[in-house]
Design a protein around this ligand. Structure first.
Ligand code: DAH
Length: 338
């Protein structure tokens, strides 16, 4: 039997060596290791062996099966290798590949990310609110009376349900304070909607960044310092910043913030960049009513808020004259920011 096993192994290795493709290799496998293969048949002879011979032969059989199996595997690998080589014959693998145009971050996203990065470093957390808002969150809770022009149907997109597309991200101030307890220090970037005539400086969908800080002792000086630092981080250390008294229903006092722009070939000029102010006590009072507690009582807390257009930040940063360029996705324009 030992002789027989050796012959089978020799024959098998020869057949495997001679196999020139997958099919003949598989035929060889079946012929030797298959259910009716020669090695399988030889192992059937084990049952006639003596007790002493059995383990010896068993070992020989196993060794032969292993030798044949690994020869098959090695042959399989070398056949696959040959097939690979054949498949690229005549192809010049050293040719440079076609260039894949790399994408880039949209300028609006770049500005937004930069602003978030600066403000987060100062301790502001990101907050969100719905774009389909209630009149309450967009206006009433922000101390904006019924007859305010901003609430007009001509200026605001209303749904039949009475809800509306938020006209500013200031609604997130209310959404946040309804749930949180002071101190609150958040920023809320997001879309806002107005029924504006579309032109070089107006879109009906645009992007804002809201900020709110409420604590036991927040002062106007904190607001000024924070926004000056923020604007200098965005536009350069030597940026001049000016606070101009203004009116917003939800802050008192309120300001518009200007920065001085030095455009090439032009006289430097002040341009408006954001609105801000100290949260109006009326806003806190309405919150206390809604919440049914007094953690936001104007006797206990003060706060500041600010809001600005992200599109506008981008336009000023790069001297973009027409806001529509930011949404047209013309690659020739976007390439400037890649
Ligand atoms: N919501 C105002 C707007 O859309 C901007 C604004 C002004 C936001 C003053 C504020 C603020 O938080 O305090 O024009």
């Amino acid at each position: 039997m030992k002789q027989e096993i050796e012959t089978i192994q020799t024959d098998a290795l020869e057949a495997i060596g001679a196999a020139s493709d997958e099919k003949s290799l598989d035929d060889a496998r079946v012929a030797f290791l298959g259910k009716k293969g020669r090695l399988t048949a030889a192992s059937a002879g084990m049952k006639d062996l003596s007790k002493e011979e059995k383990p010896v032969m068993g070992q020989l059989l196993n060794a032969a099966r292993q030798a044949i199996t690994s020869a098959i595997e090695a042959k399989q690998a070398s056949l696959a290798d040959e097939a690979d080589k054949k498949s690229v014959q005549g192809i010049d693998l050293t040719l440079p590949s076609r260039p894949l145009p790399a994408g880039a971050i949209h300028p609006l996203t770049q500005v937004k990310d930069h602003a978030i990065q600066v403000l987060r470093r100062m301790g502001f957390a990101l907050a969100e609110g719905p774009e389909i808002e209630t009149e309450f969150h967009c206006f009433d809770a922000l101390n904006t009376p019924e007859d305010q022009p901003a609430r007009n149907e001509k200026d605001t997109f209303y749904f039949d349900s009475g809800k509306l597309l938020r006209t500013h991200t200031s609604s997130v101030q209310i959404r946040t304070m309804e749930k949180a307890t002071p101190p609150v220090r958040i920023i809320a970037p997001g879309s806002a909607y107005r029924r504006d005539e579309i032109d070089a400086t107006h879109l009906s969908v645009f992007n804002q960044l809201e900020g709110l800080y409420v604590d036991t002792d927040v002062k106007l000086g904190d607001l000024k310092g924070t926004l000056e630092f923020f604007l200098r981080s965005m536009f350069g250390d030597d940026t001049e910043v000016r606070f101009r008294p203004h009116f917003f229903p939800f802050t008192e006092p309120s300001f518009e913030i200007d920065i001085k722009l030095h455009a090439k070939g032009q006289e430097p000029k002040w341009i408006e960049i954001a609105g801000c102010g100290m949260v109006d006590p009326a806003v806190f009072e309405s919150l206390c009513e809604v919440r049914g507690d007094d953690v936001f009582s104007p006797d206990k807390v003060t706060g500041y808020a600010f809001g600005m257009g992200i599109d506008r930040l981008a336009m000023i940063k790069w001297g973009i004259r027409d806001i529509r360029l930011l949404i047209e996705n013309d690659v020739r324009f976007l390439k400037r920011f890649a």
